[in-house]
Ligand binder design. Structure first.
Ligand code: ZN
Length: 143
């Protein structure tokens, strides 16, 4: 019995200690976001906010949140691109930057290089030479 107690205290201390670096979502692996009221992290059961709301949406299946279906993913991609274009000015230079952002966004959903390039209207070769290195640099910086 006393073992349980000790373990509990150790775990509580560990949670406090790691409060500054976000815990990873046990579903998608992304760092969880801090709640706006500052009390812990968004989401429940070790999932990030996104996965938690998806989980609730799915009727809280026992195995945890399921990954997005192809249709859900496509809907989210379209919604994200729509949001992005709604706020983006359309000068030539910014259009080019927007294409890179769209491309990076599509790739972050696991779209293939060919599919993402076709969708933003650039050649696959251009994507490989111009976009991929920049995306790699961006995700390095975010780390
Ligand atoms: Zn998640």
């Amino acid at each position: 019995m006393s073992d349980t107690k000790i373990n509990f205290h150790v775990r509580a201390r560990e949670q406090r200690k790691t409060a500054e670096s976000p815990p990873r979502c046990t579903c998608c692996g992304n760092p969880r976001k801090r709640r706006t009221d500052g009390k812990g992290w968004q989401g429940t059961h070790g999932y990030c906010g996104t996965c938690t709301s998806r989980w609730h949406h799915q009727g809280r299946p026992e195995g945890g949140p399921a990954y997005l279906s192809a249709a859900e993913r496509a809907a989210r991609i379209s919604a994200g691109m729509y949001r992005h274009h709604a706020v983006s000015p359309t000068s030539g230079r910014q259009k080019a930057a927007g294409r890179l952002q769209d491309y990076a966004w599509l790739r972050s959903f696991g779209e293939s290089r060919e599919a993402a390039a076709a969708r933003v209207g650039v050649g696959e070769q251009h994507a490989r030479q111009a976009y991929e290195p920049r995306i790699a640099a961006m995700s390095e910086a975010a780390r």
